[in-house]
Design a protein around this ligand. Structure first.
Ligand code: NOJ
Length: 555
């Protein structure tokens, strides 16, 4: 990439993700809403973020909390009205914050009028908006494809005697992207939102839309990139917006196909290698593997170096589908504050666009409900039912849900130590995390050493120092078992990032070329005045140093 010619406004931006159901409830019905988000815009402005990725707020039966949409051009009544959505776009705009809408077009709800029509008869004009197949010879599903939410990926339709395809719940039938009418309808809907002045789209499981069901090809099908190029041309291309695709199947080579500007597809994609590295190879997320620093280093190097010259990285620790960052990668107990700041420092020092998930900026942690009835997530509940019925012990499934279940991220935002964490004056749709008396926004804003102010500083640093945005990434101390270190270089400038990933102390010797004066830009312990020779890092200690421009050779 040539920073002089290829700069984009979103290169130094920081995105904040809001899961509306759990963010702020203004009307007291126990469910977060748009009016609640509007009330908290000043807080987000204070944090310094530039965009809000808004998880779906569209009309929906809420089988999957809004990722099952029955009307793309209306707002779910529990979240508010279209007028409030327009007000949110305008109010955010006044604070220089743009809104990214969540584009969920791999599937719709089964209550979407297209599917309601499609279901009516095999010759209905909407039938081919979805994927229908005849039963197998034994009357069972056409093939053994499994839904991500448990059970077969095929649902039998009594009326027509055919099966329809769904990769998620049976209330989320997959759209047939081979049908040009589907493409045209989605493009029309996207333009309708773009004309409302949104800042772009986050694209839900976008790597699945080029699927070839009969060939059992789901991700990265041959049709995927042409479809995205057509979408780009027909909608956001030329509008200078941010688009980010959710692509669990991406490698750096594949990510370049999406995000090389010359190909005119997306701005960037989310890749998940650092996440799945902590999952069991056989049982996936329901059985965890311990975090491995060596693997994390290898993955980070691969992505940072892989997209160094074309494409762009998105940087994140968590989202609404994942456990809380500090619980997964740090220490949610004794070193919660230190480790939350360390994780923030590592991530915000890298090259790419950082994403902050609501509550991450105050170091919110996972929740441990003891009873399965306290959970709400369709994925956890379905898989719990399916696997315990197959003989997996309750304790084992609950341990999996505690470690990686999606409700960890979905307990209400902790605004204060008051009842229901200040999230609602009603009864919250899911219980609040009992630790809200300790961990909450009000307490964070009152404490100059809080995780919140660390994030605020990191976001400001990104704006002030182009080396953080455009500097090359170079790994350091690759073999060190406890420390993750790298430098960023731009022109004569060098920025050094050093992070201890563990609760024990860590000793290291910096390469000679880095032992020169500089300015500590941020740290999570008392700022260091030297980083020469032998260093000993405190538990989870992390700091960034801007080295004086002098000798740039690494010894
Ligand atoms: C990915 C979303 O992030 C997740 O929450 C959702 O359940 C699936 N896609 C299906 O839309």
């Amino acid at each position: 990439m040539n920073p002089a010619t290829d700069k984009k406004w979103w290169h130094d931006a920081v995105v904040y993700q809001i899961y509306p159901r759990s963010f702020m409830d203004a009307n007291g019905d126990g469910i977060g809403d748009l009016a609640g988000i509007i009330q908290r815009l000043d807080y987000l402005q204070r944090l310094g973020v530039n965009l809000i990725w808004l998880s779906p707020v569209f009309r929906s039966p809420m089988d999957d909390n809004g990722y099952d949409i029955s009307d793309y051009q209306d707002i779910a009544p529990e979240f508010g009205t279209l007028a409030e959505m327009e007000q949110l776009i305008a109010e955010a705009g006044k604070r220089d914050i743009r809104i990214l809408m969540d584009l969920v077009v791999n599937h719709t709800s089964d209550e979407h009028p297209w599917f309601v029509e499609a279901r009516r008869s095999t010759d209905n004009p909407y039938r081919d908006f979805y994927i229908w197949r005849q039963p197998a010879a034994d009357g069972g599903p056409p093939n053994d494809f499994r839904s991500y939410f448990g059970g077969s990926g095929w649902q039998y339709d009594e009326a027509s005697g055919e099966y329809y395809f769904h990769q998620f719940s049976r209330k989320q039938p997959d759209l047939n992207w081979e049908n040009p009418r589907v493409q045209a309808e989605v493009h029309k809907m996207m333009n309708w939102w773009l004309d409302k002045g949104i800042g772009g789209f986050r694209m839900d499981v976008i790597d699945l839309i080029g699927k070839e069901v009969d060939a059992q090809i789901m991700t990265n099908g041959a049709r995927l990139h042409p479809l995205l190029q057509e979408m780009n041309k027909a909608t956001f291309g030329g509008r200078d917006l941010l688009t980010v695709g959710e692509t669990w199947s991406a490698t750096p080579e594949i990510a370049k196909l999406y995000s090389d500007p010359a190909r005119e597809e997306l701005s960037m994609v989310f890749q998940f290698e650092h996440i799945t590295q902590t999952w069991d190879e056989e049982e996936g997320k329901w059985r965890s593997r311990p975090f491995c620093l060596a693997a994390f280093k290898a993955i980070t190097d691969k992505w940072q170096l892989g997209l160094a010259d074309s494409g762009w990285n998105s940087l994140f620790w968590n989202n609404h589908d994942l456990p809380r960052a500090v619980s997964k990668f740090g220490d949610p107990g004794r070193y919660r504050v230190e480790s939350a700041k360390m994780l923030a420092t590592v991530l915000h020092g890298l090259k790419g666009t950082p994403y902050v998930y609501q509550g991450e900026e105050i170091g919110m942690t996972n929740v441990r409900f003891e009873c399965i009835d306290q959970y709400r997530d369709i994925e956890s509940l379905n898989l719990y039912r399916e696997r315990t019925a197959a003989g997996v012990p309750h304790e084992q499934m609950l341990a999996g849900i505690h470690a990686n279940g999606r409700d960890n991220a979905r307990t209400p935002m902790q605004w204060s130590g008051e009842a229901n964490a200040g999230f609602t004056r009603g009864r919250p749709w899911i219980e609040v995390n009992p630790n809200h008396d300790q961990i909450n926004v009000a307490a964070a804003l009152d404490d100059p050493d809080s995780v919140f102010y660390h994030y605020q500083r990191l976001i400001r640093l990104r704006k002030a120092h182009p080396v953080l945005v455009y500097g090359d990434y170079q790994p350091l101390l690759s073999e060190h078992p406890r420390v993750f270190a790298y430098q960023r270089r731009l022109g004569g400038q060098r920025l050094l990032v050093l992070c201890n990933f563990f609760a024990g102390r860590a000793s290291l010797t910096l390469p000679a070329g880095l032992q020169q004066p500089g300015e500590v830009m941020i740290s999570n312990y008392a700022p260091r005045d030297h980083w020469r020779g032998e260093l000993e890092l405190q538990p989870y200690e992390a700091f960034m140093v801007l080295l004086d421009e002098a000798d740039c050779s690494v010894g």
